[in-house]
Structure formats: C-alpha cells, structure tokens
Design a protein around this ligand. Structure first.
Ligand code: NAD
Length: 473
C-alpha cells in the first residue's frame, strides 16, 4: 500500500521470482507463464451513500494462476488498493499455496475504499455489489475462485459475500464453499480466526528448533525466553503475539498505527490489547515506555521481529538499522528486495511471507473441504475415539492395577473436536513446509536465503503441475 509512484510491489515479486528461477531447470517460457497474471478484472460500480450521494467504487479481482483450481486469495479493503498491489498479492498466493501443498491457484481481490469512512450499511451494499459483479463474470464460485478475508475485511464481509452468492445461485448445494473465513454459523470452520497467527508461530518455532540455524544466529534452541517485537496488533499480529507469549517468549516491543511501546521484561499482550481498546491508543501503557516514532520498534535489539501490518515497512532506508537476528514475515511483502540484500549481508535470517503466513489459506482449505463435504470435522470420529480410548485405558489400568490421575484421564479420553483437527492439520502443514524449504536451501549452497529457497520450491511445484497437465510437453 505504498504512495510512492516508483514502488511496484508486483515488480518486487517478479524480482524475487527471477532470483530464484536461476536455481531451477525450467524452460524460460514456462517461467514466463508462471509469473504472468492470467486474468485481471477491474471494475467500477456506483453505490448510493447514506447521505443520498452517489460514489463510484473502484475494485479488482485478479486470478494469477489456474494450474490448480479454484483460485484462492483474500479481499482487501483499503484506500491505497491498486492493480499492481492486487496482482502482486495474487502471485504470492500461487506460490504460497504451492509451498504448503494446498491445491489452489493464486487469486486476490481489492476494493479501493477506507472502510472507516463508510457506515456498516454502505459497506454491506459495496460488498454485495462487488460479489454480484464477480458472479456476473464467473470470478467467484466454489470451483472457480474462492475469496477470503484480508486487510480491512473479516467474518462480517464474508457472510455478506456467501449470502449474496447463494441468492444469485439458488440450488447450488456447494454455495457455502464460494468464500472462506465465514462465521462458524454461516459455514465457517473453528480455528480460522487465529489460523494465520498460529501458522506464523508454528513456522518460527520450527526454525528455532533447527540446530544449525540457531548456531548460525548464535541463539539457543527453542522459543522460551526469546525476545520478540511485533508490528501490528490486528488479526495476524495479535494472535501471533499471543501464541509466542503463551509459549514462553518475551514480547518486548509492540507497534501500532498510532505509536509503539517497549518493556525489557516483556509486555502482556492481552493487557496491551485491552488498554488500546479502552484508550484508543497503544501508547502510555502502564509500566511500558513510548517510542517517539512507531517505526523505531522495528529497530529494537531483539531475537525475533514479526512485521504483521503492511508491505514495504523494511526498506533501504531502515534495513541497515535492523538488529533482529530472525525476521518472520507475517504480513505480505514487509521487506523490499533491496532491503532483503542488506539483511542477507548482515546475516539476518528472514522466514518469508509466502509460506510463513500461509496458515490462513491452509485453514481456508480445510473450511472449503468442510463446505464441500457438508459435515463438521470430528462429527464422525469424536465419540468413536473417546469410546476406544476409554476401553484401552480401562484395559491398561486393569492389567497394571494402577490408575492415571484425573488430568491425564481427561487428556487421554478426549476425542478430537473440529478445532483440534484444524490446529493439528495446520501444525503438520507448517512443519512439513519448513522442512521442504530448508531441504532445498541446504541442498544448494549457492541459494543465498530462505526466501529464494521458498520460491524454488514453489516454482518447481507449479511448473511440475503444468508439466503433468501436459501443457508443457
Ligand atoms: P488487520 O487489519 O486485522 O491488522 C493490521 C493492523 O496493522 C491494524 O491493527 C493496523 O492498525 C496496523 N497497522 C497499520 N499500519 C501500521 C503501521 N504503520 N505500524 C504499525 N501498525 C500498523 O489485518 P491482518 O488481517 O492482520 O493483516 C495484516 C497483514 O497480514 C497484511 O499484510 C495481510 O495481507 C497479511 N495476511 C493476513 C492474513 C489473514 O488471514 N488475515 C493471511 C495472510 C497474510
């Protein structure tokens, strides 16, 4: 969301892609096809405002790749939305889905509005009209293109989308699968809300458990005691912060739009969140210190930095002042390619956005599968598992003449609920993806950084999939 006319987010994605493509064996024509956005739908439509006036709304939906269908990617509501940005985000979705083995092509949507300037009724009209425009051009549907939340949107907007789609496609038994990130009452899945933040935590935790990486950074193994700074206390940032804190990390700095705070002994994330809710600002949190500028938090001396707000926040201007040893890109595109080069030279390890923040799309995939199968996760096996576990435990207790304590009994007997299955599916996905990326990085010492290794994994998977389709014999 940069105002800088010289900054092209899509060009930056292409730069990172080209850097990685050198480490693959694919024909340049295949690489061209993978890079290109297959379809860009730019629309304008009028909306009547509460004051009687009419506003013409500019909006986009980009389908970057159909090597797997449907396309998948969030919808962003922001004043700075533009075609370049939506194209870049759609491309990142293609690579992200490939890395985490989610069988979707990349897509992304955007509406160029500041949602804070519109009433809920106006936002509903805008969202419903946007959905109707997508239906008209076949740019939405459980088998074609499935949006989700992104910056500025959430469950409420997804509920409007599924309702509009269903009313325009009566009798479509799979209509609930036209969008993900819905409220649970509207076909959503438990665990979606915290999914991206939890995925960020799982991904970073996995890297912190790899001995050679931690040796290189001169850090001890594990999350416990690590000093963490987080930028953005929205959906992704808040949940990431919570999971790091719960695992024993120290959140020493938090940055928001209006300012940033720090406390060497660690901040309590929920207390800061509530303080912001009550006072309207993160600043002046009891016991913490204010920074003069919120960007100073990014430059704190810490072990792990998690930018979880917007793109382009670490750039050539501030990269050399970054002191974090490990950066987990929770936001999309927070580090520019030029800044990346500076960080690589400094020995900083960056866990790239394109797989680290894939928790949202991974759990969206689970939600879509739930919608197509029309059954809640856990419904078929929960009771069976509990009965079986009770029987096994009973047998063991009888044979050993010993009883487990009440806490252990509850843990052993517990059959999986939907949220348990979703969290464990996400954990498995993030662990597998981390090791796939690390294996490619280790196998080729010429690959300079983890982002390039992640792109290599993505390019190979997408190109292979085209090759398997017989498109590129
Ligand atoms: P959000 O709107 O819930 O939160 C973003 C937060 O960042 C807000 O609290 C905002 O005030 C804050 N912010 C804005 N500018 C800031 C600045 N200059 N300094 C500090 N804080 C600032 O959005 P989100 O859904 O959490 O998305 C954040 C990022 O994560 C985006 O890049 C998005 O594309 C990416 N992402 C989100 C998801 C998801 O599931 N929501 C999935 C993958 C990637």
């Amino acid at each position: 969301m940069s105002e800088n006319p010289d900054y092209s987010f899509f060009e930056n994605v292409i730069k990172s892609f080209d850097k990685a493509a050198k480490f693959t064996k694919w024909d340049p024509g295949i690489l061209e096809q993978i890079k290109a956005c297959n379809a860009v739908y730019r629309m304008r439509f009028p909306v009547k405002l509460d004051n009687g006036g009419i506003k013409v709304i500019e909006a986009y939906r980009v389908q970057h790749s159909q090597h797997k269908t449907p396309c998948k990617g969030g919808i962003r509501f922001a004043a700075e939305v533009n075609q370049d940005e939506v194209m870049a985000l759609a491309a990142l979705m293609t690579y992200k889905c490939a890395i985490v083995n989610v069988p979707f092509g990349g897509g992304k949507g955007g509406i160029k509005i500041n949602p804070k300037e519109f009433s809920a009724y106006e936002l509903e009209k805008i969202t419903r009209r946007y959905t109707a425009e997508l239906v008209r051009k076949n740019f939405i549907g459980p088998g074609t293109d499935v949006p989700a939340p992104d910056y500025g949107t959430g469950e409420r907007e997804m509920a409007w989308i599924v309702d509009t789609y269903s009313s325009l496609r009566p009798g479509d038994i799979d209509a609930a699968g036209c969008v993900t990130g819905k409220p649970v009452t509207q076909g959503g899945v438990r665990g979606r809300r915290e999914a991206t933040g939890l995925g960020v935590f799982y991904g970073v935790r996995e890297v912190c458990d790899i001995p050679d990486v931690m040796n290189k950074l001169e850090l001890p193994l594990g999350i416990v005691g690590k000093k963490v700074v987080i930028q953005g206390l929205g959906n992704v940032g808040y949940h990431s912060a919570k999971f790091f804190q719960d695992a024993g990390a120290k959140i020493i700095g938090l940055a928001e739009y209006e300012g940033a705070i720090w406390k060497e002994e660690g901040l309590d994330v929920d207390a800061v969140f509530n303080h912001r809710k009550d006072t309207g600002s993160i600043l002046n949190f009891p016991g913490a210190n204010n920074f003069e500028h919120n960007s100073e938090a990014l430059e704190m001396d810490c072990d792990i930095l998690i930018p979880a707000a917007l793109e382009n926040v670490i750039n050539v201007e501030n990269a050399s002042r970054i002191k974090a040893k490990l950066i987990g890109e929770a936001a999309n595109g927070p580090i520019t390619p030029d800044a990346d080069e500076i960080l690589i030279k400094k020995g900083v390890i960056v866990i790239p956005d394109m797989y680290l923040n894939a928790g949202g799309v991974t759990v969206s995939y689970f939600e879509w599968l739930k919608n197509l199968s029309h059954v809640r996760y856990g419904r078929m096996e929960k009771r069976f598992t509990e009965n079986l576990n009770a029987h096994i435990l009973g047998q063991i207790e009888e044979l050993t003449s010993k009883k487990v304590n009440e806490r252990e009994r509850n843990f052993i007997l517990h059959g999986p609920e939907e949220v348990d299955l979703v969290h464990s599916g996400l954990e498995e996905t993030m662990i597998t993806a981390t090791h796939e990326v690390m294996a490619v990085w280790r196998a080729n010492p010429q690959i300079p950084d983890m982002r390039t290794a992640a792109y290599v994994v993505a390019i190979n998977k997408v190109a292979n999939s085209y090759a398997e389709l017989g498109i590129f014999p």
